[in-house]
Design a protein around this ligand. Structure first.
Ligand code: NAI
Ligand code: 15L
Length: 272
């Protein structure tokens, strides 16, 4: 049976989540273009590897040519120097969208982050309609990305899904992740749904598994048909044995963004 897409582009393919998606995306496309600024290894017959820095507008224009859909996982993935955040997540993000607009790409699905709303208190369950409260420059760059995604839908009818990923790791690593965890299996399923859903316009969805502890409500993204199967609760005993409960004034206890909310300005503690 013919696959839904001819060519999908995956950025950040050398990264943690890029590697997870290299396994699942072939189900949706004949050809998978993979890209990163780092070298990628073990290139399969259905893959075409392109080394490219997102800050290079001409390179992004070439990268997005003859592509039907994009999974954009490339970029600065934690707090970093302003220069790195700016180049990868702001200039680089805009370059990707301009590439999409000029090359007539139809849909882009990307890794936003819980750090776009990291200063919300953990006592409040929020949905995707809340005003952003970023906790870092990194979080601010994700808010920029979500604004660009909304703008390109409203103005150019270019579709996006912004996934506010919680903590996507093989298993929850600390008590905070009992609420923020997204398993690799559920992440792959979420990307599947973002590719399959007939109409997404600009949708924001929280990337979380079916955890008992919930900070975020996905009712505004029900049209994606995302049905997570995993639950961080299965790891509670292990996590609690390995880490103590933080005090009520600790950012890990207080805020959705956990430790990111308590970090000093990156450039103050890492002078160039
Ligand atoms: P990662 O750091 O493992 O992978 C990111 C990849 O982007 C790296 O391979 C890196 O070489 C590449 N990259 C960085 N700057 C670049 C540039 N200027 N040009 C080209 N490539 C560049 O991160 P991970 O965990 O795979 O995350 C993927 C995306 O999902 C990121 O955008 C991250 O912000 C987002 N995310 C991930 C979460 C998680 O729990 N893993 C949680 C929230 C958001
Ligand atoms: C993120 O945005 C990061 O990419 C990831 O490495 C984790 O720190 C995650 O958030 C988290 O909040 O656990």
């Amino acid at each position: 049976m013919a696959k839904r897409y001819n060519r999908i582009l995956l950025t950040g393919a050398a990264g943690n989540l890029g590697k997870v998606l290299r396994e699942s995306l072939p189900a949706h496309c004949e050809n998978l273009r993979i890209s990163d600024r780092d070298e990628m290894t073990d290139i399969a017959a259905h893959e075409e590897a392109v080394v490219c820095d997102l800050a290079d507008a001409d390179a992004c224009l070439a990268l997005t040519k003859d592509v039907d859909a994009i999974i954009h996982m490339g970029g600065q993935s934690i707090e970093g120097s302003w220069e790195n955040v700016l180049n990868a997540n702001i200039i680089g993000f805009y370059n990707m969208y301009e590439g999409c607009r000029k090359n007539g790409v139809k849909r882009l699905i990307w890794g936003s982050s819980n750090h776009a709303i990291g200063f919300y208190p953990r006592t409040q369950v929020i949905d995707a309609s809340v005003y952003p409260r970023p906790d870092t420059n990194y979080g601010v760059s994700k808010v920029f990305g979500e604004a660009v995604s909304q703008y390109y839908w409203d103005k150019y009818h270019f579709e996006s899904v912004s996934i506010r990923i919680g903590s996507c790791f093989p298993e929850p690593l600390d008590r905070r992740m009992l609420a923020t965890w997204l398993s690799f299996r559920d992440f792959q399923h979420l990307i599947d749904r973002c590719l399959i859903a007939p109409r997404v316009e600009h949708t924001i969805i929280y990337g979380i598994s079916d955890n008992d502890e919930k900070l975020w409500d996905n009712k505004l993204a029900s049209h994606l048909g995302y049905r997570p199967k995993d639950n961080a609760e299965d790891y509670r005993a292990k996590v609690e044995a390995a880490s103590e409960q933080k005090g009520i004034d600790d950012p890990m206890f207080k805020y959705d963004g956990g430790g990111f909310a308590g970090q000093p300005h990156f450039d103050d503690v890492n002078p160039s």
